[in-house]
Design a protein around this ligand. Structure first.
Ligand code: COA
Length: 335
C-alpha cells in the first residue's frame, strides 16, 4: 500500500485585527475577562474584498509553493468549511482561483473538526492509489455568522484559512516500506449533543399554491452552551487522542507536538495535563487568531513549520472538536 506524506503547508494573510479592547466597545466585556477565560487577545477578520474561496485559495497557493507543486499537479482538493460562499459548495471556486484545472474539488462540513476529517478523508484516496497530490484546506469566515451582540460567543471566533499538501509515497522510491505521514486516527460524532453548538436554519412557512407551502427561512447566528462544550472537549479529546495513538502503536512520550483545535487555551492546557504532555510541547496561536474553526489546525501548523518550531520527522498529535458534535484525532509525521 502506498504511504502518504505531508509535504507543504500554507495560510492566508488577513491583515485586519479585532482586539479584545475593540470588542469591549461592542459588548460588556474586557480584555482581562477574555484573556483569562480563553487565552485570546485578538482575532483576524476577512476584508471587504475577501471571500471564503479567496482565503482558501491563498492558503492553498502557499501550501503548493512550499511543496514545490504546480496547481495542475493537484488531483483532489478537499475544502473543510462550514461557511462557504455558496451552500452548493465553494471548493470548485477555489479550484478555479488556484488554476488547479485537473483537480476534482468538494466541500466537507464537520465544523471545527473539519480539517482533521478532511485530512483523514484525503489520505484514503491516496492509500487506494487513486490520487498522488491532494490539497486539504481548512477555511472559515465565522465573522459572517457571529452574533456581535452576544458576549458569550462573539469574543471567541475569528476568520482564517490554512492548508496542507498530502502526497503519495510509493514503495518504488527506494525504501522497503513507504514512509507514512498519517500514523493513526480516530473520528467520532454524537448528534445527541447537537444543540450545544449551532448555526442553524430557521424555517418560515410560505404559502405556494393551494394548500401547498414551502419551508423557506434563513440561517441564524451561532448559539452555544459554552460550559457543555468545555466539558465535552476536556473529556473526549484526550480519549480520542489516546485511541489514535494506540492505532499508531505510539504513546504520548513519542509525541513531539500536541496540536489541538485552537478553541480555548484552558481546553488546551487541560487536555495536555490529562495526557501528561508538557506545556512546552503544545502548539498554540489562539492569542493572535481566536477560534478560526476548520482553519485553526492548519493555520497553527503552518506558523509552527515556517518558524522552524516543527521540524521534518516530528510527530504531531492533532485533534479537532466542535459542532455536530464531532471530534477526531490524527497522529501525523511532518515532512
Ligand atoms: N465578558 C464578560 N463576562 C462574560 C463574557 C464576556 N465575554 N461571557 C460571559 N460572561 C459572563 C456570563 O454572563 C456569566 O455571568 P453571570 O455569572 O453574571 O451570569 C459569567 O461570565 C460566567 O459565564 P460562563 O458562561 O459560566 O463562563 P465560563 O467560565 O464557562 O466561560 C467560555 C465561558 C465560553 C469561555 C467557556 O465556557 C468556554 O470556553 N467554553 C468552550 C467554548 C468553545 O470552545 N467553543 C467552541 C468549540 S469548537
Amino acid at each position: 500500500m502506498p504511504g502518504v506524506a505531508l509535504v507543504g503547508s500554507g495560510s492566508a494573510d488577513l491583515p485586519a485585527t479585532l482586539t479584545n479592547d475593540d470588542l469591549s466597545q461592542l459588548v460588556d466585556t474586557s480584555d482581562d475577562w477574555i484573556a483569562s477565560r480563553t487565552g485570546i487577545r485578538q482575532r483576524h477578520l476577512a476584508g471587504a474584498d475577501d471571500s471564503l474561496a479567496s482565503l482558501a485559495a491563498a492558503a492553498g497557493k502557499n501550501a503548493l509553493a512550499m511543496a514545490g507543486l504546480a496547481p495542475e499537479e493537484v488531483q483532489l482538493i478537499v475544502l473543510a468549511t462550514s461557511t462557504p460562499d455558496d451552500l452548493f459548495g465553494s471548493a470548485c471556486q477555489v479550484q478555479t482561483l488556484l488554476g488547479a484545472s485537473r483537480a476534482v474539488a468538494f466541500d466537507l462540513t464537520a465544523a471545527c473538526s473539519g480539517f482533521v476529517f478532511a485530512l483523514v478523508t484525503a489520505a484514503q484516496y491516496i492509500y487506494t492509489g487513486v490520487f498522488q497530490n491532494v490539497l486539504v484546506i481548512g477555511a472559515d469566515v465565522l465573522s459572517r455568522w457571529t452574533d456581535w451582540d452576544d458576549r458569550r460567543t462573539c469574543v471567541l471566533f475569528g476568520d482564517g484559512a490554512g492548508a496542507v499538501v498530502m502526497q503519495r509515497q510509493d514503495d518504488s522510491q527506494g525504501t522497503e516500506e513507504p514512509g507514512n505521514g498519517l500514523l493513526g486516527f480516530e473520528l467520532c460524532s454524537d448528534g445527541t449533543l447537537n444543540n450545544c453548538l449551532n448555526l442553524s436554519y430557521q424555517v418560515a412557512s410560505k404559502p405556494l399554491v393551494g394548500d401547498l407551502t414551502v419551508q423557506q427561512g434563513q440561517f441564524v447566528p451561532i448559539t452555544m452552551n459554552g460550559r457543555e462544550v468545555y466539558k465535552f472537549a476536556v473529556s473526549r479529546v484526550p480519549e480520542v487522542i489516546e485511541k489514535a495513538l494506540f492505532r499508531a502503536n505510539l504513546t504520548t512520550a513519542d509525541v513531539d507536538w500536541l496540536l489541538l483545535h485552537q478553541a480555548n487555551q484552558r481546553i488546551l492546557d487541560a487536555v495536555a495535563d490529562r495526557l501528561k504532555i508538557p506545556r512546552d510541547r503544545v502548539l498554540s496561536n489562539m492569542i493572535h487568531h481566536g477560534n478560526t474553526s476548520a482553519a485553526s489546525i492548519p493555520l497553527a501548523l503552518d506558523e509552527a513549520v515556517r518558524s522552524g518550531q516543527v521540524q521534518p520527522g516530528d510527530v504531531i498529535a492533532t485533534a479537532g472538536f466542535g459542532a455536530g458534535l464531532t471530534w477526531g484525532a490524527a497522529i501525523v509525521r511532518w515532512g
